[in-house]
Ligand binder design. Sequence first.
Ligand SMILES: Cc1ncc(COP(=O)(O)O)c(C=O)c1O
Ligand SMILES: Nc1c(O)cccc1C(=O)C[C@H](N)C(=O)O
Length: 397
Amino acid sequence: MSDFAKTKAMFHIPEDMIYLDGNSLGAMPWATAVKVERTITDEWGDMLITGWNKAGWMAKPTDIGDRIGRLIGAEKGSVVMGDTLSIKVYQAVASALEMNPGRKVVLSDNGNFPTDLYMADGLCKTMGADYEVRTVDPEAVEAALSEDIAVLMLTEIDYRTGRKHDMKALTEKAQALGIITIWDLAHSAGALPVDLAGCNADFAVGCTYKYLNSGPGGPAFIYVAPRHQDVARPALSGWLGHDAPFAFDLDYRPGAGIERMRVGTPPILQLAALEASMDIWDQVDIHDIRKASIALCEQFIAGVEESCPTLKLASPRNADDRGSQVSFAHPEGYAIMQAMIARNVIGDFRAPDIIRFGFTPLYIDEGDVDGAVSILKDVMENDLWDKPEYKIKSRVT
Ligand SMILES: Cc1ncc(COP(=O)(O)O)c(C=O)c1O
Ligand SMILES: Nc1c(O)cccc1C(=O)C[C@H](N)C(=O)O
């Protein structure tokens, strides 16, 4: 039996479904509905506006930030929740660029998730024609570091292939050249141990609706290293990041520490949903999760390679170089994934030819992996994907 049988029982997974897409949208803990319902009735309903103090709503973004901080190796008081990840990327890039005056290049890789590149590019356009986002192949990042670069912005785990950047080595090399680093942990937080403090990271951002199970649209987080917190100017200077929001001063004065990265009113109901999941995360050791995740990924790779020879592994073979997902390439990837979904094995497709499966030990076990492999084998051996209705690209995700 899986070491995580206890946590698996804490999640609602529809009967007969094998859910291998927790790297895109995490599953729902049973406790979430109860927690959100209580927040609505006992807090919003009964306390109304007094909930900001009585129910501790105002402190939720930093309280929960610290709980996530434990999973990503952040110092206490250096993570705050709020907004979407796209917004937090913008905020981090803007602060970092300003901390490196005279340099005008944001370096990233061309495997990065598009929104990160779009947000940085939009910001550069606002800042002036001499600012630019430069992208190189993921393997070429280290060689591309140079003294004209202001900011290195990378997603640690590639959303398509699961390839893992070496955060410590790249941060060290970048900092030696005077570059400020921003790490996107969208596919890292809750997937594997991250050691932001140990890597001496400058900024990090991430979302909570994937491995941290906060539900669709759950709030993002931002990390600022303690040494930068009173220097970094929050480009999005919202009133709740003000030093004294309730003084209602007309002039903006950034708050102390990580508080300044807050923008506007926090989403209390989504934070309540996240808290239900963090109650589960508080009971597990992220190193145990990693061990189980590697075992599940290895089992899946071995099973698929043995039974589906036309699928080509698109993730790194070495577990240390990979996050908590496994991708295979096939020219008919889209139709194959449609056939899998029709058989209740949920993964996803990423253009042009990647089928992607996420492994989330909190609620996925060896039996699920065996089940997914055997359905994939059936789909491939019997060409079950070869149907006109599976070839129409109409899905959103
Ligand atoms: C690396 C990365 N950054 C950003 C996002 C999305 O940001 P947002 O939460 O603003 O939609 C995703 C996934 O949606 C992602 O994988
Ligand atoms: N955030 C998403 C959404 O709002 C709709 C559909 C998908 C997503 C995702 O999270 C995509 C995801 N970041 C990916 O790795 O592809």
